[in-house]
Design a protein around this ligand. Structure first.
Ligand SMILES: [Zn+2]
Length: 119
């Protein structure tokens, strides 16, 4: 499994970095636009919405990138595939669905319940 996993994670990392670079590029282009056209109020409102969407997307991408990099480190350490919470092996089905999962299904559900309770 590991023979396909590492290239997959590395490809995913490159893809995420490329998307983040594109987003950063967009932001630069937009701030140049704003200097030229900041008298158009309607456009500004649309831009604000776009910026918010981008910020949410960027946060999402960074979160996944972080998990992907962490999974690569764990592959390197030899701790990949082991639950970070209880130390048991993570179910292969779960890893197939979410290759950068850190915890097993049981621990993931437990922490989801904890999050629920905190609300
Ligand atoms: Zn666990």
């Amino acid at each position: 499994m590991e023979s396909t996993l590492r290239p997959w994670l590395e490809a995913e990392r490159e893809r995420l970095r490329a998307e983040l670079a594109l987003l950063a590029e967009d932001e630069r282009t937009r701030s140049i636009d704003e200097c030229g056209y900041n008298s158009h109020l309607a456009d500004d409102a649309t831009d604000t919405l776009e910026v918010e969407k981008d910020v949410a997307l960027e946060r999402h991408l960074r979160g996944i990138l972080f998990e992907v990099e962490h999974a690569l480190e764990r592959l390197h350490d030899g701790t990949y595939g082991r639950c970070e919470s209880c130390g048991q092996p993570i179910q292969p089905e779960r890893l197939a669905a979410l290759p950068y999962a850190r915890v097993c299904v049981a621990c993931s559900q437990r922490s989801a319940r904890r999050t629920e309770a905190r609300r």
